[in-house]
Design a protein around this ligand. Structure first.
Ligand code: AR6
Length: 358
């Protein structure tokens, strides 16, 4: 996916370029700057000496030397002074300038640390917001794999208030893993009789869904009735299969049309790679992951019921025994479809992120 949040030491990233949170002298320092210079070796400092420094919000590029990346992009973030001195603008400018430089040097992948969020004192949640806003804007117009590298989970925490709200929502609704087993038994018990019912009342095939358990729940026969049924009156297998509901892919494409979106708008909003989207679109038997399906549903701003429907068509479901599901549900009920904010929360709660890795 185009923007991925990873926990790592940036000097270990095997990408075309890593970004250095430098100071205006470009002659090295502490934090990530020190780590990059140590790992790259003294030749990096030699090249930096020739650059004549760098202004806050701008970026300059050098080779990567002993680092596993080809280039190091040096940018100078703002020092936090309370937020009223244009810090946000300058920080966004750091990301923009670095990404433009990466594109100019034909980089296909680039890794950022959280610029200004260390020695320069920028509050971490606001630093993340500026980073994701700037990266997202860039990715709407450019194809690139961008990593936001955080050292520890704490440095990528959502604000305390949001964390507490999500935690309260989870506490209210969380049922625990045992529920999943009970639910799957219940499901098996409900689906089977509903098929039996559909067979038993039909002379010929009539429109029905094999997932019609809700409608049929009260009149469900005991599971054993399925096997007592006279199959002579049942529809043929061909008839049966012709009743298959619209599949996940068709629903996805229909919703994209209904929302007057282009494919690109949809997969970019979903933080999904173009190649992955094309696979979903063109390979009828391709099975996307649950996080990909949710990401696409969120990009389409579907209401919760339709997200459930889309998930079911792809072979998944939402349950209250999964924190991942509850976090998604929390954001949707708040009307917040911002995939980057949702990912930030998922990361804080140690969950798989939305979008999917090829
Ligand atoms: N990999 C990934 N992230 C890291 C690493 C690493 N190896 N090391 C630190 N971080 P900072 P700034 C995170 O202080 O705030 C330097 O002295 C760190 O946890 O490196 O922009 C320069 O020379 C934090 O979240 O950069 C400047 O004088 C983030 O990287 C000044 O510090 C940035 O922290 C720049 O300060």
């Amino acid at each position: 996916m185009p923007l991925e949040i990873v926990r790592n030491d940036i000097t270990k990233m095997k990408v075309d370029a890593i970004v250095n949170a430098a100071n205006s002298s470009l002659l090295g320092g502490g934090g990530v700057d020190g780590a990059i210079h140590r790992a790259a070796g003294p030749e990096l400092l030699e090249e930096c000496r020739t650059l004549g420094g760098c202004e806050t919000g701008s970026a300059k590029i050098t080779k990567g030397y002993r680092l596993p990346c080809k280039y190091v992009i040096h940018t100078v973030g703002p020092v936090w002074q309370g937020g009223h001195n244009g810090e946000e603008k300058q920080l966004i400018s750091c990301y923009r300038a670095s990404l433009n430089l990466a594109a100019q040097y034909q980089c296909e992948s680039v890794a950022f640390p959280l610029i200004s969020a260390g020695a320069y004192g920028y509050p971490k949640d606001q630093a993340i917001k500026a980073a994701t806003d700037a990266i997202r804007d860039f990715l709407l117009k450019n194809d690139m794999m961008v990593y936001l590298v955080v050292f520890d989970r704490g440095s990528f925490a959502v604000s305390q208030k949001l964390y507490a709200n999500i935690q309260a929502f989870i506490d209210d609704a969380y049922i625990g893993p045992d529920y999943e087993k009970i639910e799957s038994l219940r499901r098996a018990d409900n689906i089977m009789p509903s098929i039996a019912q559909d067979f038993s009342t039909s002379e010929k095939a009539k429109p029905f869904s094999i997932f019609s358990r809700k409608k049929k729940k009260e009149e469900a026969l005991p599971g054993a009735a399925l096997w007592d049924h006279d199959f002579a009156t049942a529809p043929s297998l061909d008839d049966y299969l012709s009743q298959i509901d619209e599949g996940f892919r068709d629903m996805l494409l229909r919703k994209i049309d209904e929302k007057h979106m282009t494919d690109a708008e949809c997969y970019k909003k979903a933080n999904i790679d173009r190649k992955l989207f094309n696979k979903i679109k063109n390979q009828a038997d391709y099975k996307p992951s649950k996080s990909t399906v949710v990401a696409l549903a969120i990009a389409l701003r579907l209401p919760l019921e339709e997200i459930r429907e889309m998930l079911m068509k792809a072979g998944f479901s939402f349950t209250h025994s999964s924190k991942f599901d509850l976090i998604i549900e929390y954001f949707i009920t708040q009307g917040n479809y911002d995939i980057f904010e949702i990912n930030q929360a998922l990361f804080s709660f140690d969950q798989k992120l939305l979008g999917s890795i090829m």
